[in-house]
Design a protein around this ligand. Structure first.
Ligand SMILES: Nc1ncnc2c1ncn2[C@@H]1O[C@H](COP(=O)(O)OP(=O)(O)OP(=O)(O)O)[C@@H](O)[C@H]1O
Length: 358
């Protein structure tokens, strides 16, 4: 069913180096959240802290009424079973074929028979579109397939929480779209709480229910996707729109001289781009975290940037162009020469996507 994770006042240091300070956020049960941040701001450290691999210096992580930071090794071991983790490279054992890699957590952490293990492994391999690749070694397959094998392995213990570190690193844009679709479909099917770390702005704008931004040793903002995509806060605005103008510099914060020079030259951040529709499931099944397009903006009296929530994404698998309040349907489709005219995807579309050899 997915469980809520409530983080309060979390601080992590390595020696005298503060990684982040006083991080407070709630990952809502069953929703997809994305964590962003410039390189080195401690996103991976945050994931490792959530799963109990690193101890924070202060703060709490509440899951099912228990503070994970205070648990003893045995209880921590138990609570870790709620988590599935997908590391950047899939973290597969190079000498084991995919079947054995995916079966590994079941053999390590359960007493299931080999025939039960077989049916679980085959089900998860199928879920990520890797049926038929069981006997391949990690070195014989592409980076995208390794990520999906890592995902299958993260799923075998039926996690309530899925932590995913840079699923799109090293993937081309098409493969990134397939894996994004897979996350949306998986979230609808297993209803777990997802936290994805990514640098991919397009994925961030279209996939999650919530977005967080770590910057300069603190959490700059965390909240619903529409809140961050309509935010005028300079750091959030600069990062989510991939701009050089703004407080974030090449190596961290710009200094006062750099900002003054920028202001003097009259450089300003461009207007906010339209908020795109959120990616839907391939078969149109609803997800728990899904909200009607524009709902957050309406409820909070925020005027979204012009052109928001229109069907520019018609033809993208899973995007239901016909359900949006400001939908102007095909007139808005700017790529009508390449996009299929029927924007309503079918179950087959999903099957095609997961069978694609990535
Ligand atoms: N075990 C460790 N011991 C000491 N320092 C560490 C350790 N793990 C991470 N760090 C430091 O913590 C900081 C944050 O690292 P982290 O990998 O979490 O950043 P990130 O935001 O995920 O970066 P990227 O986007 O480049 O992957 C870095 O300065 C890193 O060197």
């Amino acid at each position: 069913m997915g469980v809520e994770i409530k983080v309060e006042g979390l601080t992590k240091r390595f020696g005298s180096q503060v990684i982040w300070n006083d991080v407070t956020l709630t990952l809502p049960a069953g929703e997809i959240s994305v964590m962003l941040g410039p390189s080195g701001t401690g996103k991976s450290v945050f994931l490792k802290t959530l799963v109990g691999l690193l101890k924070p210096d202060a703060g709490s992580i509440m899951i099912q009424g228990r503070d994970l930071t205070k648990l003893r090794e045995h209880d921590l071991y138990e609570i870790r079973k709620l988590f599935g983790v997908l590391f950047q490279d899939g973290a597969l054992f190079g000498s084991m074929n995919l079947y054995d890699n995916v079966a590994f957590p079941l053999r390590e952490h359960t007493r299931k028979s080999e025939s039960d293990i077989r049916s679980i492994v085959m089900e998860k391999m199928d879920l990520v579109g890797l049926s038929g690749a069981e006997s391949k070694l990690p070195g014989e397959i592409s980076g995208g397939m390794r990520k999906r094998a890592g995902l299958a392995r993260a799923l075998v213990l039926d996690p309530e929480i899925l932590l995913i570190d840079e699923p799109d690193s090293g993937l081309d844009p098409v493969r990134t779209s397939y894996i994004n679709q897979l996350f949306i479909d998986l979230n609808a099917q297993i209803d777990a709480t997802f936290l994805i770390v990514t640098h991919d702005i397009n994925s961030t704008r279209t996939v999650p229910d919530n977005i967080g931004l770590l910057y300069h040793k603190h959490l700059a903002m965390f909240g619903p996707r529409e809140m961050l995509l309509s935010s005028e806060e300079p750091v959030v605005r600069q990062f989510l729109n991939a701009q050089t103008i703004g407080p974030i510099g090449m190596s961290e914060e710009k200094d006062a001289d750099e900002l003054a020079a920028e202001a003097k030259s009259g450089q300003e951040l461009p207007p906010l781009p339209p908020i795109p529709l959120q990616l839907g499931t391939s078969d149109g099944a609803p997800r728990r975290g899904e909200r009607p397009a524009g709902e957050w903006c309406r409820e909070h009296g925020v005027t979204p940037p012009p052109g928001s929530f229109q069907s520019h994404n018609a033809g993208v698998p899973g995007v239901r162009a016909d359900t949006t309040p400001t939908d102007t349907t095909r007139a808005d489709v700017t790529h009508s020469d390449t996009a299929p005219t029927d924007a309503t995807p079918t179950g087959d579309a999903q099957a095609d996507s997961v069978e694609e050899p990535v």
